[in-house]
Design a protein around this ligand. Structure first.
Ligand SMILES: Cc1cc2nc3c(=O)[nH]c(=O)nc-3n(C[C@H](O)[C@H](O)[C@H](O)COP(=O)(O)OP(=O)(O)OC[C@H]3O[C@@H](n4cnc5c(N)ncnc54)[C@H](O)[C@@H]3O)c2cc1C
Length: 285
């Protein structure tokens, strides 16, 4: 499809109004959209909207107990954030495994989530902190917002609950309590510039002087990034001793439903899930 019009709005109001007209494709950093359209995996729409200039959607802040990250915040911004290093180092850890410096400078958090790849690196730490996603639209001149938990956001590979007229504006979550510890491990076939074959995240907190795991998440191991509910149930309230870690890494294999593709077979991915879960749990223990 050929592009008939191009727009680069500078306000959220302008952007959501343009989107409400339909037949539009928006991009932020373009690091997914451009290679996908070039490869024929996605079509341009008559209206191409560059969202990257919209004011107020880039930045990381803390308001009371809540941390807010704008959708246009780049991977480099995350990597260089003192606030995130202090409160959610696991998100910085995921940014540190992400692509190359050049891609990180333009790739946005919003694009990573809205592209909805099962291997989206930034989704894993955000699942660990139960992030909420603020979605904004402007239908018939009436601006509206809704908030969706990240665990309900992804529907299928490349599909989210976003309506065609909506955009992701912010990612919001509670600053984790002191004693929060988390780990993100990404396995790729190369150390850099690679999409995960499998990624695993685990997080826990100290309650009554005892550290216990509260969240487990997997990337590239199911049609969407997912929480590991069976693994979490097994770990609930248990001390992270060797036997528990072994049982949890086996349970992790029941949480996932990987596919075979060019990066690895389903069997290989299941083995990676077990091994990386064991390693991540040992690391936080
Ligand atoms: C060489 C290379 C290496 C890569 N390595 C990694 C990697 O290590 N890990 C990883 O996870 N990904 C990786 N990627 C994929 C990509 O860089 C990321 O997914 C990136 O975060 C996408 O952000 P973007 O701003 O470029 O998205 P865009 O390409 O601009 O958009 C992606 C999708 O999201 C939609 N979109 C963008 N912003 C919004 C918004 N605010 N609201 C609603 N919809 C929106 C677009 O319409 C499109 O569907 C890599 C890509 C390349 C080219």
């Amino acid at each position: 499809m050929t592009i008939e019009q191009y727009a680069a709005p500078e306000t959220l109001d302008e952007l959501t109004r343009l989107l409400s007209g339909g037949n539009a494709l928006i991009f932020a950093g373009g690091t997914d959209v451009m290679p996908q359209t070039r490869a024929g995996a996605r079509q341009f729409q008559p209206y191409l909207i560059n969202a990257s200039r919209v004011a107020g959607l880039r930045g990381i802040s803390r308001e009371g107990a809540r941390i807010r990250i704008g959708a246009l915040t780049t991977v480099t911004d995350i990597l260089e954030s003192n606030l995130l290093s202090e409160h959610v180092p696991v998100l910085v850890e995921a940014a540190d495994c992400f692509a190359s410096g050049q891609v990180r400078n333009t790739a946005t958090l919003g694009g990573n989530l809205c592209n909805a790849s099962p291997a989206a690196d930034l989704a894993i730490p955000l699942l660990l902190v139960d992030a909420e996603l603020e979605l904004s639209s402007n239908d018939n001149g009436a601006p509206s917002r809704r908030v969706v938990p990240i665990s309900d956001f992804f529907v299928a590979p490349g599909k989210t609950v976003l309506k065609p007229t909506e955009i992701l504006t912010r990612v919001i979550f509670d600053a984790p309590p002191s004693g929060f510890r988390a780990r993100f491990i990404k396995f790729g076939t190369r150390p850099a510039l690679d999409i995960a074959v499998v990624s695993v995240g685990v997080a826990g907190a100290t309650a009554n002087m005892v550290f216990a795991i509260t969240r487990v998440a997997f990337g590239a191991a199911a049609p969407t990034p997912i929480r590991g509910k069976k693994t979490e149930e097994l770990l609930e309230g248990r001390l992270l001793v060797d036997d528990t870690i072994l049982a949890a890494s086996s349970a992790a294999q029941k949480d996932v439903s990987p596919i075979s593709d060019v990066r690895g077979s389903a069997w290989y991915r299941r083995e990676l899930v077990r091994t990386l879960t064991e390693r991540a749990l040992h690391d936080v223990a």
